[in-house]
Ligand binder design. Sequence first.
Ligand SMILES: [Zn+2]
Length: 347
Amino acid sequence: MKKKTAIITCFLAVCMLALLPGVQADAKEPVVVVIDPGHGGEENRGGEVLPHYVEKNLTLQVAQAMKQTLEQFEGVEVYLTRTTDQELSLEQRAQIARSYGADFLFSLHFNMSAEHNLYGTEVWTSAFGKYYSAGQTFGKLQLAEMTQYGLFNKGIKTRLNSRGTDYYGVIRASRALDVPCVIIEHCYMDHPIDSPQANSPQKLAAFGVSDAMAVAKYFRLKSPALGLDFSNYPYELVAAPAGGISVPDSTPPENVAMTVTSADLNTGKVDISLSASDPQSGMLYYSYSIDGGATWSVLTPWTGGNTIQFSITVPGGSQPVIMCRAYNGYDYHTDSNFAVPGVFAAR
Ligand SMILES: [Zn+2]
């Protein structure tokens, strides 16, 4: 009996020791990060616009640099969903992440817009519960890295399909497998404001390092090899959405109106006041037209409240029909009224 009691006591002591914080620190489960280089296989997205910007190649280069950097941190295992130019379905990418026991799946992408007019960096996340919370929390760290390149911050967004689940397949499939997932749209391949940021292997590798830093901060990793310690990195956990779902904006900006506050018919200088509002996603950009909406200026970031002021110069000898276009956080736009300030003198 005594021997048995001693064994039990000893067993209990070991159990107690295991429960003490810090004692088992070395046995802590590593964080598992899975990186998904977006696209791959037959398709050639991006290449049809500019041959140097084939998205599947850009994402793979960024992913490799991200992996190499993250592997210099302690307590993390890093995997890629693909290491070659391979076609994978969105569901397969999520399944690969799940099979590695991923704590997070980071799907890397580069953006394009139908009219080749948008620019900036953005993150997409699940609209639901803890997946939204994780995506929003990480997204802030990611966008803080990206804006260091001077990229315009387009925010962290959710998108739903007609069935009311996450629109983006890799996010939807990951959530179904209980893996938090974000899509990182680093910048636009098809806009001259952004594309120089991704035009060399060195710049793509720099994006990968930045992505790794955001992940290292999120998981509070440290790397003696790199001399970095994010173990106390401060950030706020974004709460899960009220009601369990963050409903995306589906309507364009409201109350879009412009006035010409002054027009100098000799110099061509026109001062404009533009108002717009969007309670859901806020205002993102504006542009203007001097030919009644036939052609539009390059988009300008909307900085300020619901009313902004700016000046344009119209050509001499013209009678411009001036209009403005206001864009919200989801890139939806509304056109303003138009104004015809007069006939400008030839210069
Ligand atoms: Zn993509």
